[in-house]
Write a protein that binds this ligand. Structure first.
Ligand code: NAD
Length: 365
C-alpha cells in the first residue's frame, strides 16, 4: 500500500491534488469508484459562479491517474472561460472516465456514472466529449436529469459536434480574415489533426468551401473513410507540425502546441476544435505571437457544442443556436484586434473578457 512507503505527513507535502500545477482553485473535485462496474472517474467542478458547472465527459485510456487528474483540471477550467466568454449562464466542469471507450464502456458503467452525477444535485451537468456518444447520454438520462446532449427524439438538442465544428469554422474564417485579409478559405491548405466527430464535420465545411485539406488521425479506418467521403488527402509523413501549411486545425486531444512543436510550426493560422491546445498558455501563447502565428483561442471558437447543449436547458431553438454560433466569427475578430492593440496574446485577451464577466457576477452576489 502507498501509505506503507509514504507516511501521511509526506503525502501532505506532496499535495497530490491541490498542489497540482493545473489546479486553479477548483471548487470541488469528485473521485468516483465502483468496483462492480470497474468505473473510475473524476469530476472536476472549477466554478459555479455563473451557473451550474456544465461540461462533457471524456473516456480515455490515460497512462496513469495523474494524467487523468491533470486533464480534468485543465478541461473544467477551460469550460468556465468558454461559457463566460460566450455569454452563457453556466459555470465550468468536466468529467473523465479512466478506460478504453471501445472495450471498457458498458451500460452498467455509464449508469453508475450517472448516479454519481445525480448525487451532486445539479451542481455538475454532463454532456459528450471524446469517447462518448449521444446514446451514452441517453442512458445517463435514465438515472439523472443532469445531462445534456441527449437525442433529439428524446427531447434533446442531439450531438453537439456538428455545431462545434461550425463554430470552429467561423473562428477559422475570422482568423483567416485577420491574417490573410480574406475569410475565403478556397485554395488554403488546411491540416486537420483528428477526424473524429468534430474533425469530420469541420472537414465537410472546408471541403464545401474549396479548401485544400490534409487529414491525420491515429485511427486508420477513420482516415480512409473520411478521405473517401470528402476526397481529401491523408497525411502520410511523421511530423505534420513542420509541414508548410496555411492553417493548422487541432481537433484531437490537447497540448499539441508544446515545447517540442512550437518552434517547428509552419502554420500561419491555428484554429481548431480541441480543448487546451496550448500546453502552457503563457509560454506557448507568447511564442505564437512572437512568431506572427495567429491563434484563435480554443475555448472561444469551440463553444458551438456548449451553445447547442445550453439550448436544452434554456429551451431556445435552432435559429438561436446558429445565431450564437455564428457570432463566434465577430468575437474572434474582436479578440484578435484587442490582443494586438494591448500587445497581449489572443488567449490572454479572451481570458480577460471572460474573467471580467465572472468577477462582475461575483460582485453582484
Ligand atoms: N464534441 C464536441 O462537441 C466538442 C466540443 C468542444 C470541444 N471538443 C474537443 O474537440 C476534440 C475532439 O472531440 P471529438 O468529439 O471530435 O472527439 P472524437 O473522439 O470523436 O475524435 C477525436 C479523434 O482524434 C483522434 N486522435 C486521438 N489522438 C490523436 C493523435 N495523437 N493524433 C491524431 N488523431 C488523434 C481519434 O482517433 C479520434 O478520431 C477534443 O479535444 C474535445 O475535447 C469537442
Amino acid at each position: 500500500m502507498m501509505t506503507d512507503v509514504i507516511s501521511a505527513n509526506e503525502l501532505k507535502k506532496i499535495a497530490p491534488v491541490f498542489g497540482q500545477l493545473s489546479f486553479d482553485n477548483h471548487e470541488q473535485i469528485v473521485f468516483c469508484n465502483d468496483k462492480d462496474t470497474g468505473l473510475k472517474a473524476i469530476i472536476g467542478i472549477h466554478s459555479t459562479v455563473l451557473g451550474p458547472a456544465l461540461g462533457g465527459t471524456r473516456m480515455w485510456n490515460y497512462a496513469n491517474e495523474w494524467e487523468a487528474l491533470n486533464d480534468v483540471l485543465r478541461l473544467s477550467r477551460g469550460m468556465t472561460y468558454k461559457s463566460a466568454i460566450t455569454g452563457l449562464n453556466l459555470g465550468g466542469g468536466k468529467a473523465v472516465i479512466i478506460g478504453d471507450a471501445k472495450t471498457q464502456k458498458t451500460p452498467e458503467l455509464m449508469l453508475r456514472f450517472g448516479e454519481f452525477i445525480h448525487g451532486l444535485g445539479g451542481k455538475y451537468i454532463t454532456a459528450e466529449d471524446v469517447g462518448m456518444k449521444t446514446e451514452d447520454m441517453d442512458l445517463v438520462r435514465t438515472v439523472t436529469p443532469y445531462v445534456t446532449g441527449i437525442s433529439q427524439d428524446k427531447g434533446g438538442a442531439g450531438n453537439p459536434s456538428p455545431i462545434t465544428a461550425y463554430g470552429v469554422f467561423m473562428g477559422m474564417k475570422a482568423a483567416a480574415k485577420y491574417k490573410f485579409g480574406t475569410d475565403v478559405l478556397e485554395g488554403k491548405l488546411v491540416y486537420v489533426e483528428g477526424v473524429g466527430n468534430v474533425g469530420e464535420a469541420l472537414v465537410e465545411h472546408l471541403h464545401d468551401e474549396g479548401a485544400e485539406v490534409i487529414i491525420s488521425d491515429i485511427n486508420r479506418e477513420r482516415l480512409e473513410m473520411i478521405r473517401d467521403k470528402y476526397s481529401v488527402e491523408i497525411y502520410e509523413g511523421d511530423n505534420l507540425y513542420a509541414e508548410q501549411m496555411d492553417i493548422y486545425a487541432p481537433c484531437a486531444l490537447g497540448a499539441t502546441i508544446n515545447d517540442n512543436t512550437i518552434h517547428q510550426l509552419q502554420a500561419k493560422v491555428i484554429a481548431g476544435g480541441a480543448n487546451n491546445q496550448l500546453a502552457d498558455e503563457n509560454i506557448h501563447g507568447t511564442l505564437l505571437r512572437e512568431r506572427g502565428i495567429v491563434y484563435a483561442p480554443d475555448f472561444l471558437i469551440n463553444a458551438g457544442g456548449i451553445i447547442n447543449v445550453y439550448a436544452e436547458l434554456e429551451n431556445y431553438g435552432r435559429q438561436e443556436i446558429m445565431r450564437k454560433t455564428e457570432n463566434i466569427y465577430t468575437t474572434t475578430l474582436e479578440i484578435l484586434s484587442e490582443a494586438e492593440t494591448k500587445n497581449i496574446t489572443a488567449h490572454e485577451a479572451a481570458l480577460s473578457i471572460a474573467q471580467s464577466r465572472i468577477d462582475a457576477r461575483k460582485n453582484e452576489n
